[in-house]
Structure formats: structure tokens, C-alpha cells
Design a protein. Structure first.
Length: 83
């Protein structure tokens, strides 16, 4: 809870809230990026192996990993929104 600020000090409530939530936003952004990387890494790896070997099977396995549950959706479900 943010305590009420008297108007005589001309404090801006919106900037206080942004300053208060900025570390949380950064942490959520980092978690989102990590979840995206974990989701896409098998697909990129499968694509690379398919290009090197000429075998389409690793590409299909990598694409199948994209069909699973979305980890970014789980991370975003924890935070409804900051703005």
C-alpha cells in the first residue's frame, strides 16, 4: 500500500507507482524472456540440425515442442497488468 501524499509537496502518485513497480516489471520481463527462450530453443536446435544433416525429422521434433503448453502464458497469468 502506498501511503497518501499531501498535495503541498506536489508528489505525483503515478510516478511513485511506476517507481515502486519498476523492479517488478523488470523481473517479469526477464522471466518472460527466459520462458520464450526455453520454448523456442528446441525448435531452433531442430531446424539447425535439419539443415546440417538434411534430415527433416529433427525439425519435426523441434516443431512438436512448440505445440506444448505456452510457458509465457503461465508467466503472464501471474501479472494482470501494470498500466
Amino acid at each position: 500500500t502506498i501511503p497518501p501524499s499531501p498535495p503541498r509537496h506536489s508528489l505525483d502518485r503515478a510516478s511513485e507507482i511506476r517507481q515502486f513497480l519498476s523492479p517488478v516489471e523488470k523481473q517479469c520481463h526477464l522471466k518472460n524472456e527466459k520462458a520464450a527462450l526455453q520454448q523456442l530453443l528446441p525448435a531452433y536446435l531442430g531446424y539447425t540440425i535439419s539443415l546440417v544433416t538434411g534430415n527433416p525429422l529433427p525439425l519435426l521434433v523441434g516443431a512438436a515442442s512448440l505445440m506444448g503448453k505456452d510457458p509465457m502464458q503461465e508467466e503472464n497469468a501471474n501479472v494482470h497488468g501494470f498500466r
